[in-house]
Write a protein that binds this ligand. Structure first.
Ligand code: ME8
Length: 506
């Protein structure tokens, strides 16, 4: 039986159209989901939209639309992004759906039943842009630490007794080294929690766009309690009878988020879950932040990078590759068009594309349009190349499990570079005249290496790798990660290769 694997993206606010940051997080999840599916896991990959709260209500007002009309319109843009970026999510959750409403009411009731929610009065700062409360001591120059404007709020509010969970959270982090990744984020969260936790306001009364508190409909549930619960809603929490102990996919294997929302996922969320007596997710990974040519990306600066335009101009796999290769996953990164073009031309067109083109056309022209059969004996240099991925497949598994996507790609590209070097050294075009049999062995070695490379690239470059595997006639049921280790037989008839990546003008 295959192992269940549950991975989530944040659910994105629908106050705005999707941008490259949203595409980035979902891409990282897509890569993990695709890899895990190819490696025999039963994957549930969830994404969706966060449609409640003051920020969305205000955005709807500014467009003269009722909130529901507004969210229906904007949510579609996030659905369109899935297709545009070739994302393979299994579900798309909207917080305005009934399954989510039911699940929010259920978690609230559990928190109340367990004595973790009480009625009080909130007075303090609130930043609508962050949908977050701040202490006086956290305010910097009259603003939230993120730079978002804050307003003074005084209203009746239900509180979650977050302070009670401080020690349990610290124990959780201590006993599960990997619960928060990367390490820098873990340290940041640990020192935040050690600094002391205050009880958290979990309802608002000054606006109405949200999920009503059960039995007190003057109160709207705090949008973060509502939003985080989406991860349970998609696992049928509202119908579950076992406190999610018998759930197929819950607890999540990984919540992938940006570093801006680590506190919500690594502090509030596990505290809510412990307080509701529900199992905890296994890992929260917070990746870094993209800037645009050195500047913070923001609507007001007018420098938001639109993923739809990028894909249209450069191609989907080109963008997927660039985002994952350019920056060590976890670090901040800068988006620069010239770097994008460099990567497309040097890594994709000149390295992978060129290897494919030269090998497949040599076979087409010189081997009667047929891939040479697996040879009886190979020379040392052939074996070294063929084994370079095959013998290290567990390293690639580990790199995926540790979100080292850039290292994974670097390693594959080392093999691509070795294969190009091997081609130059072996010079099959010369062997054609001097030693035809050896030429066939060299071309077999190369196509076998290309097969392994393309199998490993499926999660990252699904369109291109499928095209390569189709063109070199690898049956679709032999494209799992474990198939990397089974050297193929050759013998298939092929056509003239189609170029993989057009070069881009600088
Ligand atoms: O925070 N660089 O939604 P959101 C990298 N609804 N990633 C970026 C980015 C950038 N410049 N900008 C955005 C919310 N992101 C809540 C989440 S989850 C229960 C609720 C990505 O629309 C990154 O993943 O503001 C960040 O965490 C997320 O978009 C924020 O999306």
């Amino acid at each position: 039986m295959s192992t269940p694997f549950y991975i989530t993206t944040p659910i994105y606010y629908v106050n705005d159209v999707p941008h490259i940051g949203h595409a980035y997080t979902t891409l990282a999840c897509d890569i993990m989901a695709r890899f895990k599916r190819l490696d025999d896991n039963d994957v549930f990959f969830l994404t969706g939209t966060d449609e409640h709260g003051q920020k969305v209500e205000t955005a709807a007002k500014s467009k003269n639309l009722k909130p529901k009309e507004f969210v229906d319109k904007v949510s579609i843009n996030f659905v369109k992004l899935l297709d545009c970026m070739n994302f393979s999510n299994d579900d798309f959750i909207r917080t305005t759906e009934k399954r989510h409403f039911d699940s929010c009411q259920k978690i609230w009731n559990k928190l109340v039943e367990n004595g973790n929610i009480y009625l009080g009065k909130y007075s303090g700062w609130y930043a609508v842009r962050d949908e977050a409360f701040f202490l006086e001591s956290e305010i910097v120059d009259g603003k939230a630490p993120s730079g978002a404007p804050v307003e003074w709020v005084e209203e009746p509010s239900y509180f979650f007794n977050l302070s009670k969970w401080q020690d349990k959270l610290l124990t959780l982090y201590e006993e599960n080294e990997d619960f928060i990744s990367p390490k820098s984020r873990r340290n940041e969260v640990v020192s935040f929690v050690k600094g002391g936790l205050k009880d958290l306001s979990v309802s608002r009364t000054s606006f109405s766009w949200g999920i009503k508190v059960p039995n007190d409909d003057k109160h709207i549930m705090y949008v973060w309690l509502d939003a985080l619960t989406n991860y349970l809603s998609a696992c049928d929490f509202s119908k579950d009878q076992s406190n999610m102990k018998d759930s197929k996919f819950w607890p999540a294997d990984i919540h992938m988020v940006g570093k801006d929302i680590i506190r919500f996922h690594a502090v509030y969320w596990p505290a809510f879950l412990m307080a509701a007596d529900l199992p905890l997710p296994k890992k929260v990974f917070a990746h870094g932040w993209w800037t645009n040519e050195g500047n913070k990306i923001s609507k007001s600066l007018g420098n938001v990078i639109n993923p739809f335009d990028l894909v249209e101009e450069y191609g989907v796999d080109q963008i997927r590759y660039f985002l994952m290769r350019e920056v060590p996953f976890g670090n901040d990164g800068d988006f620069s068009k010239s770097q994008l073009i460099n990567r497309i031309n040097s890594d994709l067109a000149n390295s992978y594309g060129n290897l494919f083109q030269r090998v497949v056309s040599m076979i087409f022209k010189n081997c009667n349009e047929t891939i040479p059969l697996k040879p009886k004996s190979l020379k040392n240099e052939d074996i070294i190349l063929i084994n370079s991925i095959k013998n290290n497949i567990n390293d690639y598994r580990l790199l995926i499990d540790n979100q080292k996507f850039d290292v994974y790609l670097k390693n594959v590209w080392l093999v691509i570079s070795d294969a190009n070097k091997y081609t130059d050294e072996q010079a099959p075009w010369t062997l054609r005249k001097t030693d035809f049999k050896r030429m066939e062995v060299v071309l077999f070695t190369l196509i076998e290496t290309l097969r392994q490379i393309s199998l490993l690239l499926q999660p990252f470059l699904p369109k291109t790798s499928t095209s390569v595997l189709d063109q070199i006639k690898i049956p679709s049921n032999n494209r799992q990660i474990k198939d990397v280790e089974v050297i193929f037989g050759g013998g298939a008839k092929i056509e003239l290769p189609e170029p993989l990546f057009p070069r881009v003008q600088n």
